[in-house]
Design a protein around this ligand. Structure first.
Ligand SMILES: *[C@@H]1O[C@H](CO)[C@@H](O)[C@H](O)[C@H]1NC(C)=O
Ligand SMILES: *[C@@H]1O[C@H](CO)[C@@H](O)[C@H](O)[C@H]1NC(C)=O
Ligand SMILES: *[C@@H]1O[C@H](CO)[C@@H](O)[C@H](O)[C@H]1NC(C)=O
Length: 366
């Protein structure tokens, strides 16, 4: 996946260069492309082709009368320490209000619908309220009584955690992908503070996760992924959450996209389970921690992401994902693929079943 994303980023940067400098590129021909290809083997140089463009100044903006309700350590914290929890994070800043698109909203609704006894928390960093276009969908999300949307302030949220001082040293300053790395930091931080399950906003939850504890999913036989992670209240769960935060602090790299998300849980499990590959991480070797096979959360490999968007092989795809707890739909690769509401593709079928409020109220395009 990490390599796939690099190729994606690499191709995008070539596209940008081609658009801006078409003539120059053509005249220089393959030479430049070859040169870029050689450079792309080096992460630092990849980073240089992708200068930071993500604004994260909203993280430190104070809240105003229109901001999302602030996370309250007393009220929300108590609820989270007492119950079962699922967390989502939105780490973007916006110009005209927070946008939560239909697919992201679908992730939240599916979690709430399939886990009615679980607190569903969507934590945001922006100082704004939802955009006018998003407000309608949010209204439907809020019909689920177990969904809570709160704004967090990092300075407060990291207090009394192993990364408090580290965060204060302005770690995101060195990051090429600050929003993405913020999301990496938050998933381990939140699961350290509160037992529960972290989910990426590009999943659809297909069944109850209430019995799952101390687990993650592999996306292939070799690779552990970080899109779905659960650390329970047990000693094991707390120990692994702690090990992950310490690994994050020790090995954080702002110039490598996947180092701090999948990298953290992978390195931590390699140590705890004393083996390199996901396929060898049995619960026995991992002292009771479960690494679910790809069929649990990533039944369609990222190289096959288009299968979710095509009708021609739908029956087979639905069969393959039938027993998954949740499906990850690879938004990084699939975000610009349009789905018309009512179309006969697997993702639409799943959405109509597991996030009906969102699917039926999102307009013409899902
Ligand atoms: C933010 O938007 C939500 C949803 O529209 C609304 O219920 C809430 O009152 C707003 N917050 C404030 C502080 O206005
Ligand atoms: C959103 O809607 C409100 C009231 O309907 C309006 O005053 C405001 O200008 C709108 N905001 C944007 C960014 O369109
Ligand atoms: C149909 O879907 C299955 C499951 O994803 C896949 O293994 C198979 O290769 C697909 N067939 C075609 C023709 O795309």
């Amino acid at each position: 996946m990490i390599i796939g994303i690099y190729i994606d980023i690499f191709i995008n940067s070539i596209k940008k260069v081609i658009k801006m400098r078409k003539k120059i590129i053509i005249s220089s021909g393959c030479g430049i492309l070859l040169f870029i290809f050689v450079l792309s083997c080096n992460n630092e140089l990849i980073a240089r082709f992708n200068p930071p463009i993500e604004d994260i100044s909203c993280y430190s903006e104070p809240s105003n009368f229109n901001s999302i309700e602030t996370f309250d350590m007393k009220v929300d914290g108590d609820r989270l320490l007492r119950g079962k929890n699922i967390f989502f994070h939105e780490t973007s800043c916006f110009d005209d209000g927070i946008v939560l698109n239909a697919r992201q909203s679908c992730a939240v609704e599916s979690a709430a619908k399939m886990n009615p006894g679980t607190n569903i928390y969507l934590l945001v960093l922006s100082n704004m309220n939802f955009s006018n276009a998003t407000k309608n969908i949010i209204k439907h999300l809020m019909s689920y009584k177990n969904i809570h949307i709160r704004r967090i302030f990092m300075e407060k949220y990291v207090k009394n955690t192993p990364i408090e001082e580290w965060w204060a040293s302005n770690v995101l300053k060195s990051s090429r992908w600050p929003r993405s790395h913020m999301s990496d930091i938050l998933r381990y931080l939140t699961l350290w503070k509160f037992p529960g399950i972290y989910l990426d906003l590009d999943v659809v939850v297909k069944s109850s996760l209430e019995k799952l504890t101390d687990f993650t999913g592999a996306e292939s036989w070799d690779d552990v992924a970080a899109g779905v992670i659960g650390f329970g209240p047990s000693h094991l769960g707390r120990q692994i959450a702690d090990a992950c935060l310490r690994d994050l602090k020790k090995n954080f790299r702002g110039d490598i996209w996947g180092n701090n998300g999948p990298g953290v849980i992978t390195r931590t499990l390699q140590k705890i389970c004393a083996t390199k590959y996901a396929r060898d991480m049995t619960s026995k070797r991992c002292h009771g921690f479960t690494v679910y096979p790809p069929s649990a959360f990533y039944p369609i490999h990222y190289k096959m992401w288009k299968q979710y968007f095509e009708s021609k092989n739908k029956t087979q795809v639905l069969k393959v994902i039938e027993n998954a707890y949740a499906i990850h739909v690879w938004n990084k690769l699939s975000h610009s693929e349009i789905i018309n509401v009512g179309s006969d593709v697997p993702y639409a079928t799943i959405a109509s079943q597991y996030c009906p409020q969102v699917y039926n109220n999102c307009g013409k395009v899902f």
